[in-house]
Design a protein around this ligand. Structure first.
Ligand code: PLP
Length: 382
């Protein structure tokens, strides 16, 4: 069994993907070929925003937006403490200070109450200027945008949605990557919509921001004169090959994959609910199930279950074994577990089970039988 079976997906879409790849090879427009523009239009339409600007990966996408906003030394950027490193690294690399926010225990997403507290703290200290919030749609579920956007408005902060894991999710029908002032996603192969290498995209309704981003992804060149570089940018474009691969993949994602992962989640829920803490999807929210993450009692039980699954040939992952405050690059911030009780508890209790659109019901059965057998056997030793 695979944790995420990219091979099964390729076998389903092989004819279309192979054709798309050879068309790019025949055409030789490897950089910003016609497929890139076509994909950007399709993605913007799917999300429901005016602009999609593709780039080399999700990490660059975050950095490009912060660069376009002029964020740098002396600025505070608020983000979740329980996420992939890039959500905070994008601020540090520009000389700004990431301010890590604790999470909600049920959704694992940024906690609006803790966000308010930390904004107030930064303002009271007066050392940094609060500039932006980067909420993360962790494991596929959108963050609490209604509350986060209200907080941002009240404090005059920009919102950059990190939808790297959330593409396809929604709140009350409004799709992920349509929240905040700008949003990003990643096409890393294992993300809900993945390509066959690195890729990323930025979404916004802001015309000026979109123009600036198109310049910044190409060395800061002028839109009028490509040999006049008016600002310092990056070289961060999505390869035509990856765009061509993503076009049939986006179609499959829309046609059946998003529905399929929700079916897999429902199969898991039906078998595991009441036995372990199963993922909570809020009323009115839709998840794209980047991960199906259960919660155990403690690290001993979690690690024991992971080992038991491994012995049965069932892969599982710990996303994430530590909060960002415990990452080597952020130890200098001097933050302790006591500052982040919810993040710290989650790092000890979470376990992500196999999840992808081509997982069969028998396989879900096999995983759940193994989980339940372990819990029965483990009960006596607690
Ligand atoms: C994967 C990921 C990124 C970075 O995307 P890359 O394409 O790998 O650079 C950023 N944020 C989150 C939450 C992610 O999961």
């Amino acid at each position: 069994m695979k944790f995420r079976d990219l091979g099964a997906q390729y076998q389903q879409l092989k004819a279309e993907i192979d054709t798309a790849i050879s068309q790019v090879l025949e055409g030789s427009a490897f950089i910003l070929g016609q497929q890139v523009g076509e994909l950007e239009q399709r993605l913007a339409d799917y999300v429901g925003v005016r602009h999609c600007v593709s780039c080399a990966n999700g990490t660059d996408a975050l950095q490009l937006v912060l660069m376009a906003w002029g964020i740098g030394p002396g600025d505070a950027v608020f983000t979740s403490n329980f996420t992939f490193f890039a959500s905070a690294g994008c601020a540090s690399i520009l000389g700004a200070q990431p301010v890590l926010v604790d999470i909600e225990p049920d959704t694992f997403n940024l906690c609006p109450d803790d966000l308010e507290r930390r904004i107030a703290q930064v303002k009271a200290e007066g050392r940094l200027t609060p500039r932006a919030i980067i909420p993360v749609d962790l494991f596929g579920q959108p963050a609490d945008y209604p509350r986060i956007e209200a907080i941002a408005r009240r404090h005059g902060l920009l919102v950059l949605e990190d939808g790297a894991q959330g593409f396809g999710g929604a709140v009350e029908g409004k799709r992920v990557c349509g929240f905040g002032d700008a949003a990003i996603t990643s096409f890393f192969p294992a993300k809900p919509l993945g390509c066959y290498g690195d890729g990323g995209a930025i979404f916004t309704d802001d015309d000026r921001l979109a123009t600036t981003l198109r310049s910044l992804r190409a060395q800061g060149r002028s839109p009028q004169d490509k040999y006049d570089n008016r600002e310092i940018g990056m070289n961060s474009r999505l390869d035509t090959l990856q765009a061509a691969i993503l076009l049939p993949k986006l179609k499959a994602f829309e046609d059946h994959e998003l529905e399929a992962v929700n079916q897999v989640a429902a199969w898991y829920d039906a078998r595991l609910k009441g036995q372990v803490i199963t993922p909570v999807v809020r009323a009115g929210y839709t998840s794209s199930w980047a991960q199906y993450t259960i919660r155990l009692q403690d690290a001993r039980q979690r690690d024991g279950l992971q080992q038991h699954l491994r012995q049965q040939g069932i892969p599982s992952m710990v996303y994430y074994p530590r909060g960002l405050h415990q990452q080597g690059a952020f130890l200098h911030l001097g933050l302790g577990d006591e500052d982040y009780p919810q993040t710290s508890a989650a790092t000890r209790q979470v376990l992500s089970l196999p999840m992808h659109p081509y997982l069969r019901e028998e396989e879900v059965d096999q995983v759940c039988r193994a989980v339940l057998a372990y819990l029965r056997g483990d009960a006596g030793t607690v």
